[in-house]
Ligand binder design. Structure first.
Ligand code: TYD
Length: 206
């Protein structure tokens, strides 16, 4: 693959997407692919500082400040990490990306969705995922999986997380070609089978 492949993993906190991402990484490496794993927010040095503010701030974070911080992290991440990796022909597996901002800041925090889409465009500067896997799980199950040790975003409450889930489902309807829906209420093994099938189809197409 000359231009690499960009695959993003999306879903609620507690959807199990990070577990699946790591399983995909091992599977693809075993098959001989050149794979890198990354995440938003907080993959690189600037991002780690932004992540600390976003998830563990000691003061109230204004919604628009939160929005710009996620976007700032993304702009830096795409420019300094994702773009170069794709140029080298790598498969980039990214834990959360643009759709998280639409689901969480747009649907969850009621920020203007069209504006967020435009800001995302500025942040990614022409890079788009080849595939997005959306792990959909009921909010009740997701919250149980998260447990009691919650960060700032995870503590945002049931109503918020229901809006986020609904937002993701809307995004999937708008972008059925790029975003593939996976039922993450199922067992880890079943979810991984679904994940593998979708990814192998994409690799065969390329
Ligand atoms: P993280 O610990 O990475 O959660 P997870 O393992 O569930 O991905 O925390 C990231 C949190 O930030 C998560 O609650 C989702 C939220 N988030 C946004 O609200 N907007 C964004 O654009 C991104 C990338 C993440």
């Amino acid at each position: 693959m000359e231009k690499g492949l960009f695959i993003t993993f999306e879903g609620a906190d507690g959807s199990g997407k990070t577990t699946q991402l790591n399983m995909v990484k091992d599977f693809l490496i075993e098959k001989g692919f050149d794979v890198v794993v990354t995440r938003e927010p907080g993959s690189l040095d600037i991002g780690k500082k932004i992540r600390e503010i976003l998830l563990h701030a000691k003061e109230i974070v204004a919604d628009r400040c939160e929005m710009f911080l996620f976007l700032a992290d993304r702009a830096q991440h795409v420019e300094t990490y994702i773009k170069p990796a794709l140029k080298q022909g790598k498969i980039v597996l990214c834990d959360r990306h643009t759709d998280s901002t639409i689901a969480y800041q747009g649907y969850g925090r009621n920020q203007d969705i069209e504006l967020l889409k435009n800001l995302n465009k500025i942040a990614v500067n022409g890079i788009e995922p080849d595939l997005t896997l959306l792990y959909d799980v009921s909010t009740e199950i997701a919250q149980l999986r998260v447990g009691s040790e919650k960060d700032r975003m995870e503590s945002a409450g049931m109503e918020f997380h229901k809006k986020v889930r609904n937002g993701y489902l809307e995004l999937q309807k708008e972008n059925p070609k790029r975003i593939k829906l996976i039922n993450a209420n199922n067992s880890i093994e079943t979810v991984f089978e679904d994940t593998k099938n979708i990814i192998m189809n994409l690799i065969q197409e390329k």
